[in-house]
Design a protein around this ligand. Sequence first.
Ligand code: NAP
Length: 308
Amino acid sequence: MSAIRLALVGLGKIARDQHLPAIAATPGIELVAVASRSATLDGVAHFATLADLLASGEAIDAVALCTPPQGRRELAGMALSAGKHVLLEKPPGATVSELGPLVAAAQERGRTLFATWHSRFAPAVEPARAFLSEVPPRAVRVTWKEDVRVWHPGQRWIWEPGGLGVFDPAINALSILTAILPRPVFITSAGLDFPSNCAAPIAATLALADAGGLPVRAELDFLQTGPQSWDIVVETDRGTLTLAQGGAVLSLDGQVLSALPETEYRNIYKHFVELVAAGRSDVDLAPLQLVADAFLLGRRTLVAPFHE
Ligand code: NAP
């Protein structure tokens, strides 16, 4: 099969940091075009918008959408209508319900829709899932605390409706949680801190459970200075299992079980190539559903305005 001719839409932080090197390193896919309002890439066809690209007749097979979640549905719908395969950055959309019609459109047209969750491809996630499939979890504690000023400078969209605020990084924790636990979890209560000048929370506390009553607590903070935390700690009858550094390192009672180099985005593109070859889609909305439920159930507190 010839290589998938891919167009990147949105040349922001994640497109440059991760997508460009991962595409270059993945057999079976090549970057042939970009749609960017503000930037060009040497040797790659450039269009200001996806609509311009599709109207131009440039030969592409697939698009990777690296724009903010607001507006992604329109772009995905446009690409699927034009018969292109679509890779969605996380979160797959600004709402849960907008994904159903996209899944249907992909199916009708026989195209691949891939809602990526990059943290699920972190190297210690699969070993954690395998461990917990044999040793039941007794309690789970998620700590996802990072400094928005360091990791998301100038990204105003994060604070707009649909931008998710602290859930923009924390949905990664939920994507891991929903992959490693043996049973589905649901939100039982939530507290959300909204800066008085923002439409999205800057901190949150979540309580979740599964049908067997597994207690799960999550502490999320977007104003963490000093050491940053992207950790999931699971108490089991065999000891304390810790998935640290966003899914990179797994340890049991402090003894490291797995710590391999990070290859999340290479694995995303490898999986995309496989999905296209197999004529399949991969869309799991569980992490986005949990965020939506936290917004539904959350008790809101107004806190100090956020200024960069
Ligand atoms: P970003 O740096 O703000 O880049 C987003 C890009 O999208 C912009 O540079 C712009 O590119 C394009 N764009 C189109 N419409 C836009 C609009 N209305 N407002 C702002 N930008 C618009 O954001 P990012 O960090 O790359 O995040 C993009 C997506 O990737 C988000 O869903 C995020 O959750 C996800 N993600 C981010 C990270 C991370 O560490 N930053 C990690 C994993 C996933 P052009 O000027 O080229 O059109």
